[in-house]
Design a protein around this ligand. Sequence first.
Ligand code: HEM
Length: 511
Amino acid sequence: MREVMSRCSLRARLGQSLSRQVRTTHTGRVAAVRKDSSAVQPFSEIPGQWKNSVANLYKLWRMDGLRNIHRIMVHNFNMYGPIYREKIGYYESVNIIEPEDAAVLFKAEGCFPKRLRVEAWTSYRDYRNRKYGVVLKDGEDWKFNRNVLNKEIISPKVQGNFVPLLDEVIQDFVARVYKKIERTGQNEWTTDLSHELFKYTLESVSHVLYGKRLGVLSDYIDPDAQHFIDCITLMFKTTSPMLYLPPALLRHTGARIWKDHVEAWDGIFNQADRCIQSIYRQLRKTPDADEKYPGVLASLLMLDKLSIEDIKASITELMAGGVDTTSITLLWTLYELARYPDLQEEIRAEISAARDASEGDMMQMLKMVPLLKGALRETLRLHPVAVSLQRYITEDIVLQNYHIPAGTLVQLGLYAMGRDHRIFPHPEQYRPSRWVRSQSHYFRGLSFGFGPRQCLGRRIAENEMQLFLIHMLENFRFEKQRQVEVRSTFELILVPEKPIMLTIKPLNASR
Ligand code: HEM
């Protein structure tokens, strides 16, 4: 623990000098504040609606605001400017949009960064007496668990273990799509791919975490696996309505939504319990049986640095957070590529050149596809999984000339930032090249969060999505019948408001 603390204080000192740099280098406004601190406005002067939290909640409810949180944030930034304060139900925050303010925010996140808690999730854990995993833990307990998990999940050293496992899954997925096309008898398949993508990402993440296949890409799906899929969907659906109401109240009144939420998490944990038990049994029978990478869970069990209950809790959270996030991002990417056929062709050409140059070495190939990677970043700019990033600041800071006291919850509006023309020129255009060419990306590419609390599954997600696009674009062309704009709706993460219909054609037949 002493090691953690000393690194933290070093970081804090570095943070202070860095933040001084930030404040004098990147925004004239903040620099001016530094020179004349009497100009700083008090917290109470921040514009916004924070005086009547119950009325605000009621208003939100009446405007169907729960499903439109992201658009309401854009509206509020247009109305109040780059900073506003709000209080809805029982939570209160200061909301910001500018990259320079994001830099100041993250420098004040402290050694144990803490974001907004999803009370529905912690309430379930408390209700069932289950441990919190890395998503829900805070403080030193979080740091200790996260350090161990980082080495097994996000460090560059382990990426080579994941790629062959993920590659196997996408190859099966391509074969499945060919089969579906064949069955139509029309040499093309028009469909809403969301369920198929969900199965692809579920199969991928479980292969990496458990080292074994769930088997959801076959025509017959094991009922347990199907139940798990249904539970994840139900868990997300029931979470967002509980964001602004205390789950304890819903629990005590026996509300349907709370019961559904409990049922969903029970299903998710039961599935994880079954997988963990089977792997544990296997490990006890044949330790070190072969050289093959056994998956994250078995590696953690063998490492023996975390308790089994801690491992179980984090693996379950990784599983729950690792499916919709990537499947929806892939769906949006295919939607955008179907809208821009020339761009689709350009990325296909990049993949073909990379395949030739790397002579089939997938790890090499992944280093040679910058436009494809730009496409994923561009998708996440326009359709971020998370509407905002949040931190409770650990020291007083100044944002947009207002004093923000330590302990305040500050939210960076990711969706609003991605669509702001002052931050991204022509934000309405899907332009992956903006991430390749030399524009400043300073605190702009934050879709996976930032710093030590950033997305733990980032590398898995990136590899899984890059491999998907490589193989799918090498085999198929994606088209969209009508140029209808599809909007997103908030269900804890942002999902398409209506089905996205795509036509998939085998490449060699349509050439
Ligand atoms: C497109 C895919 C994904 C996106 C955009 C995404 C985005 C995010 C964001 C924004 C956060 C909060 C970060 C912060 O507060 O700074 C986060 C946290 C997290 N994500 Fe992801 N995520 C994705 C996929 C995944 C996958 C595939 C997994 C698991 C395999 C995963 C596991 C996690 C975990 C465990 C955390 C919590 C980390 C902590 O609190 O220490 N995510 N993710």
